[in-house]
Design a protein around this ligand. Sequence first.
Ligand SMILES: O=P(O)(O)O[C@H]1O[C@H](CO)[C@@H](O)[C@H]1O
Ligand SMILES: O=c1cc[nH]c(=O)[nH]1
Length: 315
Amino acid sequence: MNCANQNGEVSETRNPDGTLRLRNPNIENLKEDILYHLALSTVSHDLVKMFGDVKFVCMGGTAKRMEHLAQYLQSEINYELPIGTSLCDLTEKSHRFAMYKVGPILCVNHGMGVPSIGILLHEITKLMYHAKVKNPIFFRIGTCGGIGLKEGTVIVAKSVVDEMGNTFHTQKICGKVVQRPAKLDQQLVKELTSLRKSDDTFNVVEGVTMCADDFYEGQGRTDGAFCDHTEEDKVNYLNELVKRGVTNIEMEATAFAALTHYAGIKAALINVALVNRLNGDQVTTPKETLLEWQNHPQILVGRYIKKVLRSETLV
Ligand SMILES: O=P(O)(O)O[C@H]1O[C@H](CO)[C@@H](O)[C@H]1O
Ligand SMILES: O=c1cc[nH]c(=O)[nH]1
């Protein structure tokens, strides 16, 4: 059934008030929906009370990065936690992911690779639905290998491809291959890239992000435990990717872009390059510098969130 969204447009994924409509009629018939990997449920938790004010969902691979991001954004938006409380992992009992909330911002890690982020996206999207969140915006704030880009560069993906150059996410469902277009919000891309300041120590570019199913052979590396291809094969492959316009490689882009697009959720994919793959495979930069670089996409997203929140208090 279709329904008009806030702009009066017909939407299968939005109610007129901005809350989500799921593309799954089974969910509203469940007596209880257990978000197993988040250790949350519609019966044991008041999801509307806990999460109903969320506007932004930030995700990235590691739990530590998400905790750090939550602390950073808390200070950026001057958010004071309720008296007597401290920042805590809301999904601690899952022993799986880690999730922190600071006011309208949720920071949650997704692990590595498409299957892991896929599971998280199912459960976070259902969480948004059950919590009656209105028009949430999702960000993946990650790390990647750049191709021909200086380390520390931030790449805001304008499009994503898989290892075969496909612009869709492939999933096997009930023995059938299902393809869903992997699309990102182009306006959000422009807004995010425009938030670089002239005195920032890092560059920001729009790019084509490739999603690989592996860090080693799947990204053409020759330094894995197994390697049946040559250095020349790798160089040819990376040069071919350059010709196709690919700027960087990571491991979740297609699922992130496709599942958010399918859910009708505005989303952006912002990665920082930890290595220039045209110069080598190993990440040789000291950990402190890598951690410093991981802040670059967070700075950009922080500016975007502050801008949106500021504009909302003015209207
Ligand atoms: O730094 P994160 O967000 O985990 O992203 C990248 O780093 C991991 C590989 O080291 C993959 O998950 C890849 O997508
Ligand atoms: O080269 C890299 C670096 C980070 N993450 C990746 O997936 N690849």
